[in-house]
Ligand binder design. Structure first.
Ligand SMILES: [Zn+2]
Length: 619
């Protein structure tokens, strides 16, 4: 087992470019290198004097033109779109131009983010990333809202555009001028968080290790080694606890102001709106927490009891969770990045030939930065290069089984990006995190039968234990998801979220609700440290329940695939191709699943996982 979701995953962030990785990509119909052609986008604009003049907006040839841009270089393009005459006759051409402008800015900013997260110590790269995240994106977001109002004023929609219009309407409703500076401040605070945790190291047998580099030791058979690695990892965070708490104080204040400015009583209500959660409510999330408590927490306790017996322990301590039960040696799926990538290509080809080709294309185009290095930001993500129309995967691989899981997960996002390309406008391609994570988590399960050689990384027996570990991970992740979601709900609605000590106490209380069967005695501070390690709480508030909703969806896709792999994959790809053109329930339905918040359905899926675990262990 591993710490679930330590990967960052900032894919599919804000609709109109307020985040480093915004949705969307270039139309696949361009089919040429992103640097190859100057694009001139023409659309007819009726002039005031009623001549037949045609106004032309010429966009830069490529995002490279914006690489060093300041806001003043970009603003005129928005100005042109804002002042051009707009009617129902030219609205589609106008939308296309605007979409292409967003693609150019988005890709330029994403390239800056990729460069920075690959090398957080480089001051120039940091500066460029901050220029986009604090100067350009917030103002582009503001201009995007201005343009979306023009569309809303026109009262124009058509099939395929309804969800875009609904998101625009929501964004316009909650937009406040005075929040722009606050978003910029929050971006800077996020960068500070990344800098602190990206620079964390520990001394291990005379060597300086990054925290991800300690991860393999958590799987060691020698309990003392595991404990030492576990404690070192937590201590690295605990040393910075006050600094991180003070940073979070600032984030809390800024977010509370954002919500207040927009007329919401708390940040949770604001977040549900701004995250376009049209299909579920905070009350549904509470039901989800209760369902986890009723169905998953007891199942995890059974798994922990099995673990305690197998390891011959009197009690399970937190450093006992990583050790594999089926094997004496930890899985070492690869020892160089070339093998890592080549096997992945073969695995995805087995899932589906088209998906295999797409992954091979990413490898050929240098769109994979997989190996852990000092100075790299922690975690992993898949982001889109919106203009050239390709995804990019970033992670910190060290040669453990988790790296395979992370790559397969992020590749699921990238297949989503490829599939959604066919949607013409940038806003039509991104369905939000609940569907994005459905794509990635389903892929983890769909790929799992193919992890064994000759295609994959493992012998049959190793593959069996990898599958066991994956299914254990799924069960163990759900209480963590419920904890993180319930904790954030508490932070922003209890009235005590501003108080650092109260936050730590609340985390401990929530943690004991969802985590049974592990002995934490004497480790209270370490238990507290866990939330400081959860970058979502700092950088992407309320982005976590999506993982739970999506996991429930993925388990349904998997249940289907056990009976009929081909049809399950077909439905999966059909759901991905919808992009963001339909609502969440419709996307899930296309994938052969539905949104699950209730204990009954969750219980069925948990039972399926436990049953499969029993079968695999007996094999
Ligand atoms: Zn993801």
């Amino acid at each position: 087992m591993s710490e679930p979701f330590n990967h960052g995953d900032p894919s599919n962030a804000g609709l109109l470019g307020q985040k480093p990785a915004t949705p969307g990509r270039a139309s696949p119909t361009t089919g040429v290198g992103w640097f190859a052609v100057a694009q001139t986008v023409k659309f007819p604009v009726p002039q005031r004097r009623q001549t037949a003049a045609v106004q032309t907006i010429t966009l830069p040839a490529s995002p490279a033109a914006f690489a060093d841009a300041g806001w003043s270089d970009i603003a005129p393009y928005y100005e042109d779109l804002a002042t051009a005459s707009l009617t129902r006759d030219n609205v589609e051409a106008w939308l296309k131009s605007w979409s292409q402008l967003e693609e150019l800015i988005d890709e330029a900013g994403t390239m800056a983010m990729i460069a920075y997260t690959g090398d957080t110590a480089d001051a120039e790269k940091e500066k460029a990333h901050l220029r986009f995240s604090t100067e350009i994106f917030p103002q582009a977001h503001e201009q995007g809202v201005r343009l979306s109002k023009r569309l809303l004023d026109l009262d124009y929609t058509r099939p395929g555009l309804e969800t875009t219009v609904q998101r625009f309407r929501t964004d316009a409703e909650i937009f406040r001028e005075e929040n722009v500076a606050l978003f910029a401040e929050l971006e800077e605070l996020s960068a500070q968080y990344q800098k602190i945790v990206g620079g964390l190291t520990a001394q291990w047998e005379g060597e300086t290790k990054t925290i991800p580099q300690l991860q393999p030791y958590l799987k060691e058979r020698d309990r003392q080694i595991r404990e030492r690695a576990w404690r070192l990892g937590n201590e690295a965070y605990l040393v910075h606890r006050d600094e991180l708490a003070a940073l979070f104080d600032k984030m809390f204040i800024a977010r509370t102001k954002v919500a207040g400015n927009a007329g919401f009583p708390n940040y949770q209500e604001y977040a549900f709106k701004s995250k376009h959660r049209f299909d579920y409510t905070p009350a549904d999330c509470d039901r989800f927490h209760e369902a986890v408590e009723r169905t998953v927490v007891p199942a995890v306790a059974r798994q922990l009891e099995y673990r305690r017996e197998r390891l011959g322990l009197d009690r399970v301590r937190p450093w006992d969770l990583g050790v594999e039960l089926e094997r004496v040696e930890s899985l070492k799926p690869f020892d160089d990045a070339g093998v890592f990538v080549d096997r992945a290509k073969a695995i995805f080809r087995r899932v589906d030939p088209t998906l295999g080709n797409e992954f091979a294309l990413m490898a050929a185009d240098g769109l994979l930065d997989l190996e852990s290095r000092k100075g790299k930001a922690p975690g992993g993500y898949c982001t889109k290069l919106s203009f050239r129309g390709k995804p990019f995967i970033f992670m910190n691989a060290v040669g453990v089984a988790d790296d395979v899981n992370t790559l397969v997960h992020e590749a699921g996002h990238s297949f989503h990006d490829f599939a959604a390309h066919k949607q013409a406008l940038i806003w039509q391609r991104s369905p939000g995190h609940e569907a994005a994570e459905l794509a990635s988590m389903s892929m983890e399960l769909l790929a799992s039968p193919y992890l064994q050689k000759p295609d994959g990384y493992y012998t049959a027996d190793e593959a069996r234990s990898a599958q066991i570990e994956h299914l254990e991970d799924i069960l163990f992740s759900l209480p963590h998801i419920a904890s993180v979601d319930a904790f954030q709900s508490w932070i922003y609605t209890s009235g005590e979220g501003h108080d650092a000590a109260a936050r730590d106490r609340a985390w401990l209380e929530i943690r004991s609700r969802f985590e049974h069967g592990i002995d934490w005695s004497g480790l209270e501070q370490e238990r507290v440290a866990r939330w400081y390690r959860q970058l979502h709480i700092f950088e992407y508030p309320f982005y976590y329940i999506e993982y739970g909703i999506a996991q429930m969806g993925a388990l349904q896709v998997w249940r289907h695939s056990l009976a009929d792999q081909a049809t399950a994959v077909k439905h999966y790809r059909e759901a991905l191709a919808l992009g963001g053109t339909v609502g969440l329930p419709e996307i899930y339905q296309a994938a052969g699943a539905r949104l699950v918040f209730d204990a009954e359905t969750m219980g069925e899926l948990v039972e399926l996982v436990e049953k499969r675990l029993t079968q695999l262990r007996a094999a």
